[in-house]
Write a protein that binds this ligand. Structure first.
Ligand SMILES: [Zn+2]
Length: 354
């Protein structure tokens, strides 16, 4: 019997720090890139595009051959756009929030060329993962593409993004606690086999930030740690070959909320609340989850949103049907009942939900 080692694709460029966008040209040259197409989110070229373009213009070998402003995550629009990419293009660069990064990532994937991710906010781990969230037949659908070839994060830019995006990143990273527990639970019930390395990386990604002392969520050190942790979460999914290490029952509740709410909240906001609910159900590190979400100001922010208990109760009932082939805690009737009891009786949930 032959035994094979696992191998994974990891980004060639990983630059996280202050003023990285002003040095982006140098990183691209180092990675042997020459001709690129750039996708901007709405308003992003005016805000951050010039720093990027100037850094490219300083390098004689680099060439921006076409630019687009497009954050339309409808698959039909993306396919149409994919035919507008010049043949000589080596990489697609995406600059902006989650939507334009998903568009650029998928256009690159369809053209079988490389993708460079330059997020201007880090509201979830999508900037560092192979997955995209697109509209297919009017339904928000998770599809897989390919890992970014480069990830360039300018902490100065992240600092300027609205605070709610940072809270969303906080909610998305804390979810690794319940996601990994769900994945292990599936293995204990002989429904899947976990990848131990992916488990370790996913756990480290959340523990390093959840145990770190900080004064302010907008301080450089905290933001750098958040970006690094979200990046590690993306790598954990790559190791697993699926989203399980980063996405469990808490993500299913959030996906259900997307279908229930007229206007959904940011991904990581919904996920963070659902993480706390599921950590109670799992009886797994719920004190840590609560402490982290309280100390970062996440709960105070959630209190301002006027979210309704009824919506969460509906989402809990709907959650298992989002991914019927999985077997997380929320797939068991008794656990859905527990989750709903907590929504009615837990003091923290009573404080943040109406
Ligand atoms: Zn997520």
């Amino acid at each position: 019997m032959k035994h094979n080692f696992s191998s994974i694709t990891i980004p060639e460029i990983l630059e996280v720090g202050i003023d990285t966008i002003k040095n982006a040209g140098k990183y691209l040259v180092k990675a042997n890139i020459k001709k690129m197409v750039v996708f901007y989110g709405e308003g992003m070229k005016d805000m951050f595009g010039m720093d990027f373009i100037n850094s490219v213009n300083q390098e004689s070998t680099l060439d921006i051959i076409k630019e687009f402003v497009n954050e339309d995550i409808n698959i039909n629009a993306i396919i149409a756009n994919a035919f507008d990419i010049p043949k000589e293009t080596q990489v697609i660069v995406g600059i902006g929030g989650g939507k334009v990064l998903d568009v650029a990532k998928y256009v690159a994937f369809l053209n079988n060329i490389l993708f460079i991710s330059i997020p201007t906010s880090t509201s979830h781990d999508g900037f560092a993962s192979s997955g995209c969230s697109l509209y297919i037949n009017n339904k928000r659908t998770s599809v897989s593409a390919r890992m970014p070839y480069g990830i360039i994060v300018d902490i100065g830019i992240i600092k300027r993004s609205p605070e709610r995006f940072v809270f969303s990143g906080i909610g998305d990273i804390i979810s690794k606690i319940t996601a990994v527990r769900d994945w292990k639970f599936e293995e204990e019930n002989k429904k899947t086999k976990v990848n131990d390395f992916a488990v370790m990386i996913a756990k480290k990604s959340v523990n390093s930030i959840a145990r770190m002392p900080f004064n302010d969520i907008k301080e450089d050190f905290f933001l750098k740690e958040l970006v690094d942790s979200l990046t590690m979460s993306g790598i954990a999914m790559e190791m697993a070959g699926n989203s399980a290490p980063a996405s469990g029952s808490e993500h299913l509740i959030s996906h259900a909320l997307d279908q229930i709410l007229d206007k959904n909240e940011l991904h990581g906001i919904q996920v963070g609340i659902a993480t706390y609910i599921m950590s109670l159900v799992q009886q797994h590190r719920h004190v840590r989850v609560d402490t982290f979400l309280r100390d970062t100001g996440f709960w105070d922010y959630v209190k301002t949103l006027n979210l309704q208990k009824d919506c969460f109760i509906e989402a809990i009932d709907l959650a298992p049907s989002i991914k019927p082939t999985r077997y997380t805690y929320i797939h068991l009737d008794e656990n859905r009942k527990k989750a709903k009891d907590y929504i009615h009786h837990d003091p923290v949930l009573n404080m943040i939900l109406n």
